[in-house]
Design a protein around this ligand. Structure first.
Ligand code: PNS
Length: 161
């Protein structure tokens, strides 16, 4: 069985993430969407909230599960016997950072390959940060996040302001 891990902050999950998760689910037998910790970020949603939001919008995908972990991705891959890390690539600006992570993960756990899926062009400039920024001003984020979690995200982010 080919197991892939799709790691990220997902703070919160966007339509860009959903596109990558959907496509990964057609390429692998099982996809674990992993809410992970990027130590350079401050999160608006707790790990539990991010997992809940992801579960709500991936429930229809039979081979996708959502988990969270606060350790090294390489250790998690080993524990789960995963052979791939799936990441989405947007503009060239993502590249340097993703390149560094892919090489580091390969060093720490050579058994897994990092697979990059190129984003759909309409998601090229979409990010969780942009969603949070717009929502915190009460702006419309319906084109950026999955419909079933739109209200939850809006309520939480406006309240934070
Ligand atoms: O969505 P993000 O913030 O770009 O995702 C980055 C993330 C969470 C995938 C990355 O920071 C990560 O893998 N964190 C887990 C800890 C780890 O393994 N760090 C070393 C990465 S080379």
């Amino acid at each position: 069985m080919r197991i892939a891990v799709c790691p990220g902050s997902f703070d919160p999950v966007t339509l860009g993430h959903m596109d990558i998760i959907n496509r990964a689910s057609t390429l692998f037998d099982k996809v674990i969407v992993l809410v992970s910790v990027n130590s350079s970020k401050k999160y608006a949603f707790t790990a539990e909230e991010r997992v809940e939001l992801l579960k709500k919008v991936t429930g229809n995908l039979e081979n996708v599960v959502v988990e969270s972990d606060s350790g090294l991705l390489a250790d998690y891959l080993k524990k789960k016997n995963a052979t791939a890390i799936v990441k989405g690539l947007r503009a060239v600006t993502d590249f340097e950072y993703e390149f560094q992570m892919a090489l580091t993960n390969k060093k720490l756990y050579p058994e897994a390959e990092t697979v990059f899926l190129i984003t759909k062009s309409e998601n090229m400039y979409l990010s969780s940060s942009i969603v949070k920024e717009i929502a915190s001003y009460g702006g419309d984020i319906k084109d950026f996040v999955p419909e079933p979690i739109l209200d939850t995200i809006k309520e939480r982010l406006v309240k934070d302001k």
